[in-house]
Design a protein around this ligand. Structure first.
Ligand code: 4AD
Ligand code: MG
Length: 452
């Protein structure tokens, strides 16, 4: 009988009101109340509650459902009925059920509606993904990735894919995953595509890369993964001010897209959407409200002031990077992402262009997300002088021969150019309002976990 009615998805039930349809999915939950069963089915697109009165269905349908174990796979037929109280707006009057695989009684689905510890959930990540909140996060992640690429695709950028196996470091040598590369050679998993897309930017003008990146992070924080996805634009003839504009337009597009497409998912996740709306709220003139911009010096002064007033515990030392509590304090002063520029060159990467007005500062930017989420974007204008770059490589004790090709870019038609990288998982954590990046990616890789 299930073959006769049209196959529908839970997300598309509004097109089938009053019709008998077939759903293919899993039993998510089951409540029984005397001669009434209330199974909840899920199919990947959503969940729907079924109603099964004993008197209204064939005996074997009632008996099958009554004893069905959670997460058994099923094909269900039933009539779609609008119900304003239901989260999806509909309920299903179940008429028939076919069980594809019944979860054995001896090995019930390990994840129940009761609270589980994080370790348990991560150990069962392959099954945890099925729960509504985790599925909602993955849907939002997919949209963030699509909107991020879309912003560059529709603004004249060419996607160029850098290699994952590389002969040298990009972001410091202490966090490199090393592997043997035939005979006597070593290769390293890429930390960032930047150096390579500097080459493609000088070939194509405006480019971006989007792929997995790797850092052998020994730190156990809620922001660090050892494998994460980075999207990186790189633009010839772009200087720091233009880079800040680009980052602002890029983040605004992503937040706008998520708000337009994922209200229901954000609700399941428990996100306070007003905080996101503030990010893209227009000015009274109706324009997109600008993100605040602070120099490192201004940010430092803000922290000095906060320390004097007893608002933060540890004093920030001028010249040091900002710690997590510093970033949290700074970002809590604004309801939009904050762009901090011109950090001391000494604490930043070797490839950053010095500020001509104060060469001890780098023409760089970190974008801090609101609500204490910290850095989501790091970027800079790049050194464009051959001699300066060469001396930087030497001063950082990096192997000159591995960087000869990178130096070539400053020998053959060097131009000012800039770019940034955004970690997708940091963006997902902020936009979804999550405590930890481990929930932002299907299978997180961290210092202590590489299973499942
Ligand atoms: O600030 P980072 O290290 O900058 C770069 O890699 C530059 N080469 C990018 C560029 O200019 N093209 O990293 C960029 C972003 C960070 O802001 C953060 O969002 C993310 O990558 N990120 C991480 N995300 C998760 N886990 C980690 N261990 C991360 N390290 C960096
Ligand atoms: Mg950074």
């Amino acid at each position: 009988m299930s073959n006769l009615s049209p196959v529908a998805t839970i997300a598309s039930l509004s097109a089938h009101e009053g019709q008998t349809i077939t759903l293919r999915g899993w039993l998510y939950n089951l409540r029984a109340s005397g001669k009434l069963l209330f199974p909840i089915f899920r199919d990947g697109t959503g969940t729907i509650q079924g109603i099964v009165p004993k008197a209204a269905v064939p005996e074997e349908v009632f008996e099958t459902l009554k004893n069905l174990t959670l997460e058994s796979s099923v094909i269900v037929t039933g009539k779609v009925r609008a119900d304003s109280r239901a989260p999806s707006g509909f309920e299903l009057d179940v008429e028939g059920i076919e069980v594809l695989q019944r979860v054995p009684d001896e090995t019930p689905f390990p994840i129940t509606l009761k609270e589980h510890g994080v370790d348990f959930l991560m150990e069962h990540r392959h099954l945890w993904l099925r729960t509504p909140r985790q599925s909602a996060i993955l849907r939002v992640r997919a949209t963030i990735m699509r909107a991020a690429a879309e912003y560059f695709d529709t603004n004249g950028f060419i996607r160029t894919d850098p290699p994952i196996l590389t002969p040298n470091a990009c972001e410091g040598t202490s966090e490199l995953f090393e592997m043997d590369y035939f005979d006597d050679d070593k290769a390293y998993l890429t930390q960032s595509g930047q150096l390579y897309i500097e080459a493609t930017a000088l070939a194509l003008g405006k480019v971006y890369s989007f792929g997995p990146t790797f850092r052998a992070e020994k730190s156990k924080t809620r922001r660090h993964l050892t494998e994460f996805w980075m999207i990186e634009p790189e633009v010839a003839f772009l200087e720091l001010d233009g880079l800040l504009e680009l980052a602002e337009g890029f983040i605004s597009h992503i937040v706008t897209t998520v708000l337009a497409q994922h209200r229901a998912d954000l609700k399941v996740i428990g996100r306070d959407v007003e905080k996101l709306e503030a990010v893209v709220a227009p000015t009274p003139a109706g324009e997109r409200g600008p993100f605040p911009r602070l120099s490192y010096e201004e940010a430092h002064a803000m922290l000095e002031d906060a320390f004097a007033k007893g608002l933060i515990e540890t004093r920030h030392q001028d010249g040091d990077d900002f710690g997590s509590p510093d970033e949290t304090y700074i970002s809590s002063q604004f309801d939009k992402p904050v762009m901090i520029h011109r950090y001391p060159a000494a604490i930043k990467a070797f490839y950053m262009q010095p500020d001509p007005l104060d060469p001890s500062k780098a023409l760089c930017v970190d974008v801090l997300a609101p609500e204490g989420y910290g850095e989501i974007i790091g970027g800079s204008q790049r050194v464009d002088s051959y001699d300066l770059l060469k001396s930087r490589i030497e001063a950082h004790n990096l192997p000159l021969d591995a960087f000869q090709w990178y130096l070539d870019l400053r020998k053959y038609g060097s131009v000012p150019h800039s770019g940034f990288g955004m970690g997708i998982e940091r963006a997902v954590a902020w936009i979804c309002g999550l405590d930890h990046v481990r929930e932002t990616i299907p299978f997180a890789r961290t210092l202590n976990r590489i299973y499942p």
